[in-house]
Design a protein around this ligand. Sequence first.
Ligand code: 5RP
Length: 264
Amino acid sequence: MDWGMANRMAQLIQSDGRCVFMPIDHGYFQGPTTKLENPWRTLEPLLPYSDAVFVTRGVLRSSIDPLASKPIVLRMSGGTSMVGGDLANEGITTSMEEAIRLNASAVGISVFIGSDYERQTLLNLSTLVNEGEKYGIPVMAVTAVGREMEKRDARYLALCARICAELGAKVVKTYWCEDFEKVVEGCPVPVIMAGGPTVDTELEVLQFVSDGMIRGAIGVNLGRNIWQNDNPVPLIRAIRQIVHEDVSAEDAHKLFETLKSNPT
Ligand code: 5RP
C-alpha cells in the first residue's frame, strides 16, 4: 500500500486495529432525522469518543468545526430520498478533488446489491476506487438495503461484502447479523458494523456490537442507536469499551448504567 493510503487508513483504524466511526450522514436521504436536526449539537459531545466521522460535504462545511474535528469519511453517493421512487438509484455526488480539498481521510459510497440499480451502484464504487487509488484515498463501501431490512442475513451480506472487496473497497461497512463470522470470513478487507434503526434496549445494542466483534468485525459505524438514545455519551463510551478494550456486553452495560447516573 502506498504511503498516503496507509497513512489515511491509520488515521481511521486505530493502532489496536479497531475503530468507532460516528455516522451523521443520514440527512442525505432522510432529511432532518430525529436527533440530527442540528448535526453539530448532536455530534459535539460524541466527538471525543469517535475515531472518525462519516458525513456529507454539505453538513461538514455548514455544521462541523474544522478545528475540533476528527478524521473525516466523506459520503460521496446520493441523489435519492425517502419520498422518491427508489432509494437504490444513487449516483456519485461529488469528486475526489473535493474530498482532497476537505482533507477527507476516506470516502464512502453505498451499493445496493440485488436491486434494480445493482450494476449502476457497483460501477459507482469502481469509479470511486479508480479515483481513490490515484490520490491515495481509501474507499469505504456501504452495503445498503434501502427499506428491505429483511435482507440482513449472513448469506446476502457475505455476498455483498465480498463483491465490495473484489471491486477494491478498502473497508466494508455492513449490518450486523446472526452468524456474522460468515460475512467476515468471506471478505478479505476489514468489516465494520452499521446499526440500522434503533433497537429496544441499550443491552441489545451492546450485545450485537460485542457479538460482531467476537466474530471478526474491526469496529462500528453506529449512528441512530447512539445519538437517538437518551444517553448517547454513556452509550458510546460503553461501546468503545467493547470495541477497544474487549469488554463484555454485560460489563459494558454496567458501565453504561454507572455513567448514566454519574455523568463526569
Ligand atoms: C446511512 C448510512 C449510515 O452511515 C449507516 O446506516 C450507519 O448508521 P446507522 O447505525 O444509523 O444505521 O450509511 O445511509
